[in-house]
Write a protein that binds this ligand. Structure first.
Ligand code: DOR
Ligand code: ZN
Ligand code: ZN
Length: 436
């Protein structure tokens, strides 16, 4: 039998170490992994000499905007950014315009993403004011619920214990996770100083929010996933309650590697929520990732226009692009010896798949989906002007990285090849990504 693709002579991680192997792909799946000399015949052969063949990263926290916020990003530019960044599956957040809350708003996004996608796209939904209005028919097409207690998608919804319980009840009933932006809060006036801004988004508020949801979960059940953990104190709380599958957590690369004090300039390039914290928090988060207290890395790709980001810090919009920096940054950790290959594969590929029950994704092994990222070891610096995302302002500007994704395959199709998009939009990958 001749397979569709043979990725030949690459470096595959076997027992924790890069090992010369070939990866055969057939009908959108990984057909097998072969030692040199034993490869099957193939329709197309890609020479991967000196390149790493890795599972594509799975980014379970992105804001691809589109619809009425297409000036910030749309499914085409967002998924081009994913493919160029070595990310083969993204999961889109519901705080869009219009927000994703019901069948119609989800259908609008699904239709647009189907047409524009370059990678697999999954979706989360928000939760309506009255939780009994939730339309269970959308469950197969969403991978979780997302809530923002400090800034609810539906204005003036108060996240008191009653509502928190009702949200967890939905998670429990439908067996999908409740994703939490961990921050308490109600109505607040616009901060006038950087200190006032930071006082509105403290580690205490992050930890309190996690505690409130944990308290409700202990009675109601449901699965809880804590988004973008940013503080050492939250890590300690999560560690105490950690329960595989029932309590999971993610960290964003900017909270691992950047601290607020690194930025003395007054612009908004480093503004996001949660804000950058201290070097002490960076270290605690890195340790938590090593120890599996935090399961995975997710970018929180949150694009805004150039104008919105070039404003002064207090006026700028919160959020930074991340789809084109996560894999280079995380692989630099590996290539400089601070993260093992197995840890990388877990936190960027298999753990995110596990959290969302994407059973056929996240692992480079026979039978899994042929979602693959091929990486070159080379030194470069991050340059936002070269991003495929519409958002080009990054706090990682000028940072040295040692790895570049050079080819990306999605469902067995070679989508991205050294800066070129070979097929699409609307061809490779699945929309919506579903649980398997
Ligand atoms: O910085 C952020 N930007 N944090 C969020 O929670 C939302 C996001 C956005 O949608 O822009
Ligand atoms: Zn958030
Ligand atoms: Zn977010």
């Amino acid at each position: 039998m001749s397979v569709d693709y043979l990725l030949k002579n690459g470096l595959v991680i076997v027992e924790g170490a890069p090992t010369r192997k070939a990866v055969a792909l057939h009908l959108g799946k990984i057909e097998g992994i072969y030692s040199p000399g034993s490869e099957p015949p193939a329709q197309q052969v890609i020479d991967c000499e000196d390149l790493y063949i890795l599972p594509g990263a799975i980014d379970i926290h992105v804001h691809l905007r589109d619809l009425n916020n297409s000036d910030k990003e749309d499914f085409e530019t967002g998924t081009r950014a994913a493919a160029a960044g070595g990310v083969t599956t993204v999961v889109d957040m519901p705080n869009s315009n219009p927000p994703t809350l019901d069948r119609d708003s989800l259908a609008e996004k699904v239709d647009s993403a189907k047409e524009k996608r370059f990678v697999n796209v999954g979706f989360y939904s928000g939760i309506q004011r009255n939780t009994s209005d939730f339309d269970a028919q959308i469950v197969p097409d969403i991978l979780g619920f997302k809530v923002y207690p400090h800034s609810p998608i539906i204005k003036d919804t108060s996240y008191n214990q009653k509502r928190i319980r009702a949200c967890l009840k939905l998670s429990e009933e439908h067996d999908i996770p409740l994703l939490l932006h961990p921050e308490t809060g109600g109505k607040r006036s616009a901060p006038k100083t950087l200190d006032a801004f930071l006082m509105q988004h403290t580690c205490e508020s992050e930890e309190d929010s996690i505690q409130q949801f944990l308290a409700a979960q202990s009675e109601i059940g449901g699965r809880l996933h804590i988004c973008h953990v940013s503080c050492a104190s939250s890590v300690r709380t999560i560690e105490k309650h950690r329960a595989e599958d029932l309590l999971t957590a993610e960290v964003a690369p900017h909270h691992l590697f950047l601290a607020g004090g690194d930025f003395t300039h007054p612009d908004g390039a480093s503004k996001m929520l949660p804000p950058l914290r201290s070097p002490y928090d960076n270290k605690a988060l890195q340790k938590a990732l090593h120890q599996c207290v935090i399961d995975c890395v997710a970018s929180d790709h949150a694009p805004h226009t150039e104008q919105e980001k070039r404003a002064t810090f207090l006026e700028a919009s919160s959020g930074i692009p991340g789809l084109e920096t996560t894999v280079p940054l995380m692989l630099t950790e590996v290539l400089e010896g601070r993260l093992s290959w197995v840890e990388y594969l877990r936190c960027c590929c298999s753990a995110p798949a596990h959290i969302l029950k994407l059973g056929s994704k996240g692992v480079l092994a026979k039978g899994y989906d042929a979602d693959i990222c091929i990486v070159k070891k080379e030194e470069s610096v991050i340059c936002g002007a070269f991003f495929n995302s519409k958002a080009k302002v990054t706090p990682f500007e000028g940072r040295r990285v040692l790895a570049t994704p050079v080819m990306t395959l999605v469902g067995g199709d070679l989508v991205y090849n050294y800066g070129q998009f070979l097929i699409g939009p609307g061809v490779a990958g699945r929309v919506p990504v579903r649980k398997t």
